[in-house]
Design a protein around this ligand. Structure first.
Ligand code: DX5
Ligand code: ZN
Length: 221
């Protein structure tokens, strides 16, 4: 079973970003959290920084947009070369239109669900996406505890994927570590974001490999 481990550079050192990107070259994607102090109460960086990350990263970019007005902003990240662009369903008037434009540019399109957003609210449009992101913390900050009550949503998404024969990836983001990754994998997730459980360890590359082994052992969908 293929699982993907995507370290989040929210937990990297922002003034040593190129060095820290070099520590996770065995990852599948690098997870890039874009925040605007508006959709979430935290601020990171925008397209200019993400473009430089794209220039120096040896692994593809998994951009997670936690910003307002993605009818306007999302496609710019695909245009600068991000291989995957995920936005929250509340951040656009027309999620399907944004997904189509992302795919036309050549990016994978992802749809993100905050803990309070039920899968039922996007069931009718889920097949338009390449990835469904189930947030396992309230978006905005790294280092928060994994929300076990989101595992039921992961199971629902996995069941939907099975029933409908769709093939999107199921991503979890927030509080994923050596202990919680197995619960997420058992519930049906195949794509795992980890910030503090990679960059908070002495050897980030080894942490990626450990997480990958744990996810592979416990995944059975
Ligand atoms: C939180 C971000 C996450 C964050 C996860 O809003 O979306 O990607 O970096 O950090 P950890 O893995 O430390 O919970
Ligand atoms: Zn994220």
């Amino acid at each position: 079973m293929t699982v993907r481990i995507n370290p989040s550079i929210l937990s990297a050192d922002f003034v040593n970003m190129e060095r820290d990107l070099g520590h996770i070259t065995n990852a599948d994607f690098v997870h890039v959290d874009v925040m605007d102090n508006n959709f979430v109460p935290n601020l990171t960086f925008g397209p200019q920084m993400v473009s430089r990350i794209k220039d120096v990263s040896r692994v593809p970019l998994d951009v997670h947009l936690m910003i307002e007005d993605n009818d306007r902003w999302a496609t710019g990240y695909a245009e600068l070369g991000a291989e995957s662009v995920t936005f929250h369903v509340e951040s656009t008037a027309d999620p399907v239109a944004v997904a189509k434009r992302l795919r036309e540019i050549g990016a994978r399109a992802g749809l993100a669900l905050k803990p309070g957003t039920p899968f039922d609210s996007v069931r009718d449009i889920a097949h338009e996406f390449d990835q469904i992101l189930v947030m396992t913390v309230e978006p905005g900050f790294g280092g928060q505890p994994f929300m076990n009550d989101q595992l039921e949503k992961v199971r629902q998404v996995a069941q939907f994927r099975k029933d409908t024969g769709t093939s999107f990836w199921i991503q979890v983001d927030g509080g994923v570590d050596e202990n919680t990754i197995e619960f997420a994998a058992e519930a049906g997730a195949d794509t795992f974001v980890a910030g503090s459980a990679v960059y908070g360890r002495d050897n980030p590359a080894l942490a990626v490999e450990n997480l990958r082994k744990l996810a592979q052992t416990h995944h059975h969908h």
